[in-house]
Design a protein around this ligand. Structure first.
Ligand SMILES: Cc1cc2nc3c(=O)[nH]c(=O)nc-3n(C[C@H](O)[C@H](O)[C@H](O)COP(=O)(O)OP(=O)(O)OC[C@H]3O[C@@H](n4cnc5c(N)ncnc54)[C@H](O)[C@@H]3O)c2cc1C
Length: 421
């Protein structure tokens, strides 16, 4: 019996770990996880990895270290042949792999929706560790350029940051970026704080639709007091290089980050199974494909119906719970039992606002300010699977309390000097 899991994020890694446990007495079962990176990223820590409060690698964990029995293959999934029950994948330098399966679990996640706003490729995205590093480098470069600028318009553009999309990711990001800017400003005495301009554009009526309206209003007040211009009900019409166009205005900005929604991963959306109108794999309440019983899906690339018939939200806390339930369901099917319907009621949502501030609703209780921030940080610290990583994170946070921030811009281009002898 071969179980192949696609994707090494929250859903995929948790599914593999739960399957290892659920099937520990099933000796003939092989569990294989295929993912294009050999690490798993704790996305809620990505903001601090970008601002440098956390060493970038410390918000990730090697996938192999999380497994006892499951096999890990680093490769990019290219297609799933649901008729022959084979997954095809590729690795650099032309290595090709085929993985026949009896059950396949699709946990390929999602990517930023670049189809919504024309010119989206002109914006940065914030989804992966590479995105965090690129944005950090870019911001430091903007400070350097502004510091050296003699032209006022150029200087203003370098110091303007626009975030498009006021959901959880966009709001948390803009909050952390102000904290980052305030930290690094001490290295740039020629730049005044009031020259920095942060704008957050949201097409919907308010920011943080994932959180209740009262807490979202508190978050907006905190961010506005910090000088962030928040404009709700303001859809961005198009993005050009260094410019964002609104209905009746345009904003020049050297930094434009797009966080306005997600679409299922391209490979998941191309699997020939029944999908919903947003391209997600349509599964029943047990997380089994509605058209192919051997295919299961969870996390951001799946539409799993909740008790009210609407799909569960694309959140890590859901993906983790889905993974546990899905593992039990696969074991049930292997043992000849009927899989059960997944039911989950979230215990709360938390949003960090940077500068040791956050808003949270946990078990129905609203928290704001430092207690909410502390709770969020502690919760995600313990979501990191191993103690060695947790200790590194705590150490990073402690160092950030006492020492000046690091403004090293890591240049990833490989330049070799031509030496002639
Ligand atoms: C910056 C940020 C902050 C967030 N904060 C929170 C939060 O505070 N709370 C919360 O609940 N949720 C949060 N989320 C949402 C959460 O990260 C996602 O809901 C969660 O990661 C979904 O899990 P998943 O397993 O479906 O997908 P992912 O975790 O995205 O994993 C998908 C995996 O598939 C791999 N993959 C994709 N395509 C291929 C391919 N073709 N071949 C091989 N591998 C592939 C990817 O590399 C990745 O490892 C945040 C998201 C972001 C971006």
């Amino acid at each position: 019996m071969r179980i192949v899991i696609l994707g090494g994020g929250f859903g995929g890694v948790a599914a593999a770990r739960h399957l290892e446990r659920a099937l520990r007495r099933h000796t003939g079962v092989e569990i294989t996880l295929v993912s294009r990176e050999n690490f798993f990223v704790l996305t809620p820590l990505l903001f601090e990895a970008c601002s440098g409060r956390l060493e970038l690698r410390h918000c990730a964990q090697p996938i192999r270290a999380a497994f006892q029995r499951a096999r890990f293959i680093e490769a990019t999934v290219e297609s799933v042949d649901v008729d022959r029950q084979v997954v095809r994948a590729a690795a650099p330098e032309g290595h090709a792999y085929s993985f026949p399966y009896d059950h396949v679990v699709v946990a390929l996640g999602a990517s930023t929706n670049e189809g919504l706003i024309p010119g989206s490729s002109n914006a940065l995205t914030f989804k992966t560790m590479a995105d965090a590093l690129v944005l950090r480098n870019h911001l430091i470069e903007c400070f350097e350029r502004a510091d050296a600028a003699t032209d006022a318009a150029h200087r203003r553009r370098c110091l303007t940051v626009v975030v498009i999309g006021g959901g959880l990711v966009g709001t948390e990001l803009v909050g952390e970026l102000t904290a980052f800017a305030d930290d690094v400003l001490r290295f740039y005495p020629r730049i005044r704080r009031d020259e920095l301009c942060f704008r957050l554009f949201e097409a919907g009526p308010r920011i943080l639709p994932e959180i209740d309206a009262k807490l979202a209003a508190t978050a907006a007040r905190v961010l506005e007091r910090r000088g962030i211009g928040i404009q709700a009900s303001t859809p961005v019409r198009s993005i050009e290089a260094g410019r964002v166009r609104l209905e009746d205005d345009a904003v020049d900005a050297a930094t434009i980050v797009l966080t306005a929604g997600i679409v299922p991963s391209a490979v998941a959306a191309a699997i020939p199974v029944i999908r919903d109108q947003r391209g997600r794999i349509a599964v029943d309440g047990t997380m089994r494909s509605r058209s192919h019983a051997q295919l299961w899906a969870l996390g951001d690339c799946a539409a799993i119906p909740g008790p009210d018939g609407r799909p569960y939200p694309a959140l890590a806390q859901h993906a983790i719970r889905e993974a546990r339930h899905l593992a039990r369901n696969i074991r049930a099917v292997i043992d000849g039992r009927v899989p059960s319907v997944f039911m989950f009621r979230s215990h709360g949502t938390m949003a960090s606002l940077g500068h040791t501030r956050a808003v949270a609703r946990v078990f129905g209780v609203r928290l704001t300010g430092f207690p909410a921030w502390w709770l969020r940080r502690t919760y995600y610290l313990f979501q990191m699977p191993r103690w060695d990583r947790r200790l590194r994170i705590v150490l990073d946070w402690t160092i950030a309390l006492f020492f000046r921030p690091d403004i090293t811009r890591v240049d990833l281009r490989v330049e070799r000097e031509q030496v002639s002898w």
